[in-house]
Design a protein around this ligand. Structure first.
Ligand SMILES: NC(=O)c1ccc[n+]([C@@H]2O[C@H](COP(=O)([O-])OP(=O)(O)OC[C@H]3O[C@@H](n4cnc5c(N)ncnc54)[C@H](OP(=O)(O)O)[C@@H]3O)[C@@H](O)[C@H]2O)c1
Length: 268
């Protein structure tokens, strides 16, 4: 199967690191015109430069906080002003917060994780849906297996991903008659900056975490960003032309492996 995105405009949020970076790079290799979003300008520009090297197409780099109305509005406006169209929206940016109901957690953290992982996605999708209807484009939401896995210590992040998956289903039904597909891709443990940001682990502690958790993954290894990116490209392509409202899990069967040890994601 071939994938050609050379006439397509693809917006990837959270493209300055991890899975979003891998998604951006793969779309760049397939010739897409890219709009890339993140808060860390240096990282975002480095990823944009790497994307430009693939096929010589310069991405639009948008420094914006998708946890704010201004950041979301800026992202939608600059993308449409620049490209005049949108074919694929990849809602990938998210933060993690791992806590317990019995812990004394600052409610600000609860608000932050819902603002970025749910409200930002809702608002950006709302602003860009008309453009996607014009191109009969599609939306790929990056979820997580913790949306359905029940493990102590996944609050409230797991709740945001469960909300995101239901958002996928609801919006897919509304936009199906308009020719727009909406899907979730749900990674299991994937090598990135994410766990280090949640836990404050050093690189050595993170490598230890990956080693310990690989034993819990039935297929024996964590995903890398490219595993997720390849499925995003497939779902976003015409090869998936009637696929909508689905949640595709990529996790080496990790979701069947039972509860996560209580202390796994706690700050050191
Ligand atoms: N890694 C895993 O094991 C795993 C497993 C399941 C699901 N996921 C999901 O996969 C997606 C990508 O995660 P990752 O592992 O690649 O994490 P990551 O390495 O921490 O990258 C997260 C990206 O999101 C961006 N971001 C975060 N908050 C933002 C905000 N307010 N505004 C704009 N950009 C923001 C970050 O950019 P800046 O720092 O530049 O803002 C970064 O580019 C997330 O939806 C995550 O929930 C990850």
């Amino acid at each position: 199967m071939d994938y050609d995105f050379s006439n397509k405009v693809v917006l990837v949020t959270g493209a300055s690191a991890g899975i979003g970076e891998a998604i951006a790079l793969l779309f760049a290799k397939l010739g897409a015109k890219l709009s890339l979003v993140g808060r860390n300008e240096a990282n975002l520009r480095a990823v944009a430069a790497e994307c430009e090297k693939q096929k010589g197409v310069k991405p639009l780099a948008i420094v914006a906080d998708l946890g704010t109305d201004e950041g979301v509005q800026k992202t939608a406006k600059e993308t449409l002003d620049h490209f005049k169209r949108l074919d694929v929206l990849v809602n990938n940016a998210a933060i993690g917060v791992a806590t317990y109901i019995l812990h004394d957690t600052d409610m600000q953290l609860f608000d932050d994780v819902f603002r970025i992982n749910v409200r930002g996605v809702y608002q950006l999708t709302k602003l860009l849906a008309p453009a996607l209807i014009e191109t009969k484009g599609n939306i790929v939401n990056i979820s997580s297996v913790v949306a359905t896995m029940v493990s102590v210590g996944s609050l409230p992040y797991g709740m945001t991903k469960a909300a995101l998956d239901h958002f996928t289903r609801l919006v897919s039904l509304e936009l199906a008659p308009k020719g727009v597909r909406v899907n979730s891709i749900s990674p299991g443990i994937t090598v990135s900056e994410f766990v280090k940001r949640v836990t404050g682990f050093s690189q050595d502690q993170y490598l230890e975490f990956l080693k310990t958790f690989s034993k819990k993954i039935p297929m024996g290894e964590p995903c890398v960003g490219d595993d997720i990116a390849r499925m995003v490209v497939h779902i976003a392509s015409d090869h998936s032309r009637l696929v909508t409202g689905t949640v595709v899990e990529i996790d080496g069967a990790y979701r069947f492996s039972g509860p996560t040890p209580q202390s796994a994601l706690q700050k050191k």
